[in-house]
Design a protein around this ligand. Structure first.
Ligand code: UDP
Ligand code: MG
Length: 154
């Protein structure tokens, strides 16, 4: 549960097209997490196939990959205490119909195939996904800021 824990959060093409970049960023910012990398990308098919490699034998895999290729994705890294688990809670359940109101998917989606956002499901997946989507030089450090990050004070 270190304060430097990181997770990979992506706003999927439907979320970007629907104007949900701002609201989604706001939820992570307002909760107290720190944005350390962000970019809009249209990744190659191979990257998405690697990203979802664990699901490659599922019947929905081809549709999932073409959905992810349907427009720009907003890829982000968020940092902070227990951010992987809390990030998943902020997103809501995979199937939006099972997502509680107040979560991103529970407020903005009804279709599992158009569920607006992605979040790493474990620290190990987060590390893998961050390495897949970002170069080290795309990640900022707040180390030299004049002030401590308010939420990380003991
Ligand atoms: N998905 C789908 N149909 C399903 C299950 C998953 O289209 O029956 C899609 C959905 O967009 C989901 C993604 O595949 O977000 C990855 O599935 P996973 O089980 O990893 O869910 P997540 O980690 O995104 O909650
Ligand atoms: Mg997943």
């Amino acid at each position: 549960m270190s304060t430097s824990e990181r997770t990979f959060i992506a706003i999927k093409p439907d979320g970007v097209q629907r104007g949900l970049i701002g609201p989604i960023i706001s939820r992570f910012e307002q909760r107290g997490f720190k944005l350390v990398a962000i970019k809009l990308v249209t990744p190659p098919r191979e990257l998405l196939e690697k990203h979802y490699a664990d699901l490659s034998d599922k019947p929905f895999f081809p549709g999932l990959v073409s959905y992810m290729l349907s427009g720009p994705i907003c890829a982000m890294i968020w940092e902070g205490r227990d951010v992987v688990k809390t990030g998943r809670a902020i997103l809501g359940a995979t199937n939006p119909l099972a997502s509680a109101p107040g979560t991103i998917r529970g407020d903005y989606a009804i279709d599992v195939g158009r569920n607006v956002c992605h979040g790493s499901d474990s620290i190990e997946s987060a590390q893998k996904e961050i390495a897949l989507w970002f170069k080290e030089e795309e990640i900022v450090s707040y180390k030299h800021s004049q002030f401590d990050w308010i939420y990380e004070k003991p």
